[in-house]
Design a protein around this ligand. Structure first.
Ligand code: GLY
Length: 375
């Protein structure tokens, strides 16, 4: 048996970011992960978009959370680089969102209106301006928006940096152990989670955080919680452009392109509710590849070098589920980050650490509480 102050289930970005913050306050933290290495599921499969302007549908508490998370990444990227020597590849070049046709352009213009209304830096671009500033992208479009406030990171480097920072802060990792159940015990007339159980190893903890992405609901079932987290498969492709790879993110309804380094570009992603099936399909890969070739016609000269799929943790209202589990003590939940796990990971870690150690998250988290689904 292992004894610890905090057991974190899941070594994705949310698990590692929370573990890092807690360890830096002097707490003993054990992260348990069923894969042999960190970031093996949705985090590692992600594009690395830090794109609140692209992802939010209107002014909302979710947009506020995403903007705060995007700003925090500026500090996090500097901190990870100076602590570990690994550059997370943080870029602030923006995102070009292309309209396929007149009705999409009308929708993007409405988007531009609400975004300017809340002070977000957005530009409406007509064909002549697109031709002048973005000659490499398709010119068969009625218009596009440029979101100056959308950023991206290099997914693999960021996860490597988080892992190295955790190790430097004495976070303990237990890889290759699948959590099968939570053990509860009575606690002054209530019930508390006392341990996480894996095949052959129990980790007894003062506090437990479940950050196991789409699998979090399977773990809570062992204590009778029905947490409605559903896997949403995203298929993606990698390729390399030798000449003039873009420096900013490019997006349309059917797919997006995120630059990496050395001409490598990430092309994503489908959104499919097909259960816990992480396989790729010819149809899925072709759909994002075709969308990318439409966005950047010069991609017709390139070939995909790799394809894969990740399972995003989706929630019924597409909002994250963050906070103490209602009705049971010493259990915390952080899942449902859906399309924004890498964006929201560092902020989720910071808020949870503050919340667990002081009893207050330091900002209003009401819209994201687990209570809306579990109670
Ligand atoms: N963040 C983009 C996606 O999940 O596809």
């Amino acid at each position: 048996m292992v004894e610890t102050q905090t057991a974190v289930v899941g070594a994705g970005i949310i698990g590692m970011a929370t573990a890092l913050e807690l360890a830096r306050t002097g707490r003993v933290v054990h992260v348990v992960e069923r894969a042999p290495s960190p970031g093996a599921e949705a985090s590692g499969a992600a594009a690395g978009m830090l794109a609140p302007q692209h992802e939010a549908d209107g002014p909302s508490p979710f947009l506020e959370l995403c903007l705060e998370a995007r700003d925090l990444w500026l500090e996090v990227a500097r901190d990870l680089l100076s602590t570990t020597g690994i550059d997370p590849g943080h870029h602030t070049d923006g995102l070009l969102h292309l309209a396929l046709d007149a009705s999409e352009w009308a929708a993007l213009q409405r988007r531009s209106t609400w975004q300017s209304g809340v002070g977000l830096p957005v530009e409406e671009l007509l064909p002549a301006e697109i031709r002048r500033r973005f000659p490499a992208v398709t010119q068969e479009i009625p218009g596009a928006l440029f979101y100056h406030g959308d950023h991206y990171i290099h997914t693999t480097h960021s996860l490597e940096a988080y892992y190295a920072a955790c190790r430097a802060a004495d976070v303990h990792f237990i890889f290759g152990r699948e959590v099968t159940a939570l053990r509860t015990e009575p606690d002054s007339g209530a019930v508390r989670v006392a341990a996480v159980q894996t095949d052959g190893l129990e980790i007894a903890a003062e506090t437990t955080l479940l950050a196991a992405g789409a699998w979090t609901g399977q773990i809570t079932e062992s204590i009778g919680y029905r947490l409605p987290v559903e896997p949403v498969r995203g298929q993606a492709v990698l390729t390399t452009m030798k000449d003039d790879p873009p420096e900013y993110i490019l997006s349309c309804t059917d797919g997006y392109i995120v630059p990496r380094e050395g001409g490598e570009i990430f092309i994503g992603a489908t959104s499919e509710r097909v259960g816990f099936d992480r396989s790729t399909t010819e149809e899925g890969v072709q759909s994002v590849w075709k969308a990318a070739q439409w966005i950047l016609p010069s991609l017709k000269e390139c070939r995909p070098s790799q394809s894969w799929a990740g399972l995003r943790p989706g929630s019924p209202d597409d909002l994250p589920i963050i906070g103490p589990a209602p009705g049971v003590r010493d259990l915390w939940l952080a899942t449902g980050h859906y399309r924004n796990g890498l964006l929201l990971g560092p902020l989720t870690g910071l808020l949870l650490c503050r919340w667990m150690t002081t009893g207050e998250p330091g900002r209003d988290m009401t819209p994201f509480l687990p209570d809306r689904f579990v109670g």
